[in-house]
Design a protein around this ligand. Structure first.
Ligand SMILES: C[S@@+](CC[C@H](N)C(=O)[O-])C[C@H]1O[C@@H](n2cnc3c(N)ncnc32)[C@H](O)[C@@H]1O
Length: 305
């Protein structure tokens, strides 16, 4: 437990912000590959990818209570190794509603209700990039989920954001995320559609100055990185305006960042590679090439130039 304590102390959040306290999935901490701890003040969420004993869980709860400057309102455990990843409260009680705070923005969580809580802390670097690049732009947010990129873009001065995801419930939470941040809902639209069947419709709404693509690693028939990323990259030029930018997030442990750079080089060779980003120090990775990577490209100002 010593290493868990040290990591928690290193990652204590500033001013109530959401923070990953322990990132065992990056395989940097021997014996703890199965453990992730996120802090959404005042709630701590412990995620386990294999079973641990009750005694171990009690020790961890005590450690958390002692280490955090404010006693957590609740310590919630999610057991990802079980079907549907059920959650249970280890200590305290969950507040009626809870938001993750990040860079002055709020994102509503649905703790204990679904496998994913509605917010991905490891995409903070992407939200920051989008917020910095969005001013005055028309943005297309593909695979939007709960629309955190849309909120970031509009906070950064985007003119308009079109969000698309086939999960209607996630988009509903996305709409709420705009309201929670006092964003005028006339600036955002929410299309609950399957992407590959909606390209014609999106073409009519476009072209867009900034297109964000953050598909899952693998989700049944809807998206499989190896099969669907090439199709997605091939169709992007139909949606991006000349001089427009693309932010593409690769979350596929079996494929390194060269996979995406290779696809862009093959299908959109005119795109300029503006940079590669990683989630940062809160997410240490023994094998960085297997971890999430974020790619930023720009099309030339003159089409096919
Ligand atoms: C990794 S999440 C996106 C996270 C989001 N960008 C964020 O910042 O929170 C992937 C999303 O892709 C959606 N999805 C998967 N396949 C899809 C498809 N073929 N068409 C539309 N949405 C899809 C899922 O419903 C899910 O919400």
């Amino acid at each position: 437990m010593q290493i868990i304590h040290e990591e928690i102390m290193r990652h204590l959040p500033r001013s109530g912000e959401a923070r990953r306290l322990f990132h065992g999935r990056g395989q940097c901490f021997s014996g703890y590959d199965d453990l992730v701890i996120d802090y959404f003040p005042p709630v701590v969420m412990v995620v386990l990818y294999r079973q641990r004993s009750q005694a171990w869980l009690e020790e961890l709860t005590q450690l958390l209570t002692a280490a955090l400057p404010d006693k957590p309102a609740a310590v919630l455990l999610q057991e990802r190794f079980l079907l549907n990843g059920p959650s249970r409260v280890l200590q305290g009680a969950l507040p009626e509603s809870l938001e993750a705070l990040e860079a002055g923005l709020s994102f509503r969580l649905r703790l204990g209700e679904a496998r994913n809580v509605g917010f991905f802390p490891d995409m903070a670097v992407g939200r920051k990039l989008v917020r910095e690049r969005a001013a005055g732009k028309r943005v297309l947010n593909l695979f939007a989920y709960t629309c955190s990129f849309s909120v970031a873009a509009l906070a950064g001065g985007a003119r308009q954001v079109v969000n698309l995801d086939m999960n209607r419930g996630a988009l509903e939470l996305g709409r709420l995320n705009h309201r929670v941040n006092d964003i005028d809902l006339r600036q955002a639209s929410f299309l609950s559609l399957e992407f590959f069947r909606s390209i014609g419709k999106l073409r009519k709404l476009g072209p867009f100055d900034l297109v964000i693509c953050d598909p899952p690693a693998s989700q049944g028939k809807s998206f499989t990185a190896e099969r669907h990323w090439p199709k997605l990259v091939r169709r992007l030029p139909e949606l991006v305006a000349p001089g427009g930018e693309i932010v593409a997030c690769l979350n596929a442990p079996d494929l390194g960042p060269d996979f995406l750079d290779g696809l862009f080089a093959e299908h959109i060779p005119q795109a300029e590679n503006l940079g590669l980003y990683r989630p940062g120090d809160d997410f240490p990775e023994a094998y960085p090439d297997c971890a999430v990577s974020l790619h930023h490209y720009r099309l030339p100002l003159i089409k096919n130039g």
